[in-house]
Design a protein around this ligand. Structure first.
Ligand code: DGT
Ligand code: CA
Ligand code: CA
Ligand code: ZN
Length: 576
């Protein structure tokens, strides 16, 4: 087990202890231990294994915590945590982030209403149930509702699409100044993470120092948090996102880019590798320990090469095996935007899209696609004016006629068919049989028990016309967790039945993310990357889907819509 994981368990337990009203000093000892472990240069598991050493030799780790760590290392948890989790589910921890709600109130709400999620808490406030508890009233309910809205808006995180747009705006603004070489967003943004906490921007060139002055005067900046010779931090926009900018000499640009790209976990692992090879690695460079000579700093490539690694794409830098793979020269060739030949999930005015089929086709052609699939909603989604059998078949006929006129891009007649509560398809099989491509998606009854949801999805996979499982987890970023179900079982069954899993590129979704992608791939699953566009402009969101796929270590061979049309159709699950 890695130090970070042990630290996470300790920190989480400290939060739970606080809700349970335990001794504040004891709570603090857990928190301190967590932060000590997080930054500790050696692996705690190694120290524990070494009979000649003791965990208590680490400053900040006393006897009690040492015993807890031993227990974590042997069985992945410890008694106090288990006991607390029986009483307070892990989602309760999220409630601590709601302003105006202290640990005592949370404990009371959980005990009285068995309320365990923020969504449920919101409902309690809306239904005026909170005021029935002692010392709580209408005012508090209103306040919590506001805090929840705020929490959801920010949660300290921002959508990748928002951060990327802001970074591009800033880059263009700084470029106007002229005497800069590199302007590069680093951090989680460069790694393509689906949400980012803050922006980390690096600049080099003669005007780098002056660029800091220009940066803090940007019209969107609302607060300057700090400004020195080489670094400035600001808050920007109504959203209040933090932006850190660093001015660097070109000579250490590579080292800084490597360091500030992270992830922290990747950096720690890389630094340990460097130490073993006789180097120290920092944001200033890779330095040989024996003579303090800097041997690499200008580019990332040199640094990785000196450490006997091939350069690692930023999307993989999460300390999930990428360093070993780079050492053994077995990093996968990752899928790129240029590999994609079609976008096979999009909506038109036929249901809830905002453009016509022709407009969508034209936009797709401008992006260089060979084919697209129009996949409007089915009748269950009445609000979206979903298609019934008759309309779906008529629509397919119309698509085939239009294709004959030549739109410059081949249009497939598809459907995003609702998966009903019992796992059956919203439209009858004989209508589905008329279509080129059926995506099945869950849009309702998302709060089922995990077992029921799993059965529902497994049953949906049995439908012989289903080709793609749309936005398979239902997560909406910063708003709704994915619904609980046995993902591994569903991925394995999808693989067995040759149904693709969709990587939904809509920036609010990105619901199939790295660990799930890797699990699914290991189970033999294949994927599609699609935008779920409701407007021609949304087709460009495909880049976010590509980033997700790359973070999931996927190559072009894992993604069906990299294939030319004929091969794509042939590779789809055969029609019965
Ligand atoms: P975010 O902003 O929460 O989405 O995630 P990051 O990865 O952008 O994290 P951030 O902004 O706190 O720091 C940027 C990078 O700087 C991070 O990815 C790695 C590096 N870094 C920050 N703190 C540490 C640290 O304590 N140790 C190491 N090794 N690297 C760090
Ligand atoms: Ca960051
Ligand atoms: Ca930062
Ligand atoms: Zn959908």
């Amino acid at each position: 087990m890695e130090n970070a994981e042990i630290a996470r368990l300790l920190a989480e337990t400290a939060d739970l202890m606080e809700i349970a009203g335990e001794d504040p000093f004891r709570v603090r000892s857990y928190r301190n231990a967590a932060s000590v472990l997080e930054g500790y240069p050696e692996r705690i598991a190694e120290i524990a294994r070494d009979p000649a050493r003791r965990l208590t030799e680490i400053a900040g780790i006393g006897k009690g915590i040492a015993a807890v760590i031993e227990e974590i290392l042997t069985r992945g948890s410890f008694e106090r945590r288990d006991k607390l989790l029986e009483k307070y589910p892990p989602t309760a921890l999220e409630m601590l982030k709601i302003q105006g709600l202290g640990p005592k109130s949370i404990a009371a709400i959980i005990e009285h209403y068995r309320c365990t999620t923020i969504d449920e808490l919101e409902r309690l406030c809306q239904e005026h149930k909170l005021r029935e508890l002692p010392r709580m009233g209408a005012k508090l309910e209103e306040k919590i509702l506001r805090s929840i809205a705020q929490y959801r808006r920010s949660a300290g995180r921002f959508l990748l699409s928002f951060a990327l747009a802001l970074a591009e705006e800033l880059t263009a603004y700084l470029r106007e100044q002229g005497d800069l070489e590199q302007i590069t967003p680093a951090g989680s943004l460069r790694r393509g993470k689906e949400t980012v906490g803050d922006l980390d921007i690096l600049v080099t060139g003669a005007g780098a120092a002056a660029a800091l002055d220009r940066f803090v005067r940007h019209p969107k900046v609302t607060e300057v948090l700090g400004k020195g010779e080489n670094k400035a931090s600001v808050r920007a926009g109504v959203e209040g996102i933090q932006i850190d900018m660093r001015a660097l000499p070109a000579s250490s640009y590579g080292a800084a880019l490597q360091y500030f790209t992270g992830s922290k976990e990747h950096n720690i692992a890389l630094r340990n590798r460097a130490l073993k090879m006789g180097y120290s690695l920092s944001e200033y460079g890779l330095e040989r320990l024996q003579d303090r000579k800097v041997v690499a700093s200008a580019t990332e490539e040199e640094i990785y090469e000196r450490l006997d690694l091939v350069w690692i794409p930023p999307e993989l830098r999460e300390n999930q095996g990428e360093i070993d793979a780079a050492a053994e020269r077995r990093l996968p060739r990752l899928v790129t935007l240029a590999d994609l030949r079609g976008d096979i999930h999009m909506h038109t005015r036929e249901s809830d899209g905002r453009a016509t089929l022709e407009e969508m086709a034209q936009a797709a052609q401008a992006l260089g696609y060979e084919y697209i699939a129009i996949t409007d909603h089915s009748k269950s989604l009445a609000m979206a004016n979903g298609l019934d059998e008759k309309r779906a078949v008529a629509f397919a006929r119309r698509v085939r006629e239009i294709n004959r006129n030549g739109l410059g891009v081949r249009v497939l007649a598809g459907l995003e068919c609702d998966i009903r509560r019992d796992g059956s398809m919203d439209l009858a099989d004989d209508a589905l049989a008329e279509l080129d491509l059926v995506i099945g998606s869950v849009h309702s009854y998302m709060n089922l028990e995990a077992a029921e949801m799993t059965d529902r999805l497994l049953r949906a996979l049995e439908n012989p016309y289903l080709r793609v499982l749309g936005h398979p987890t239902g997560r909406v970023l910063l708003h709704r967790e994915g619904f609980p179900f046995d993902f591994e079982a569903v991925a394995a069954e999808a693989a067995r039945r040759a149904v693709c899993l969709e990587i939904n590129a809509s920036p609010e979704r990105l619901d199939l993310y790295a660990p799930l992608l890797r699990t699914a791939k290991a189970r033999g699953a294949r994927f599609t990357i699609s935008t779920d566009a409701h407007h021609p402009a949304h087709l460009k969101n495909i880049r976010y889907g590509v980033l997700m796929a790359r973070r999931g270590w996927l190559g072009p061979g894992d993604v069906l819509n990299t294939l030319p049309l004929e091969e794509f159709l042939a590779a789809l699950r055969p029609k019965p």
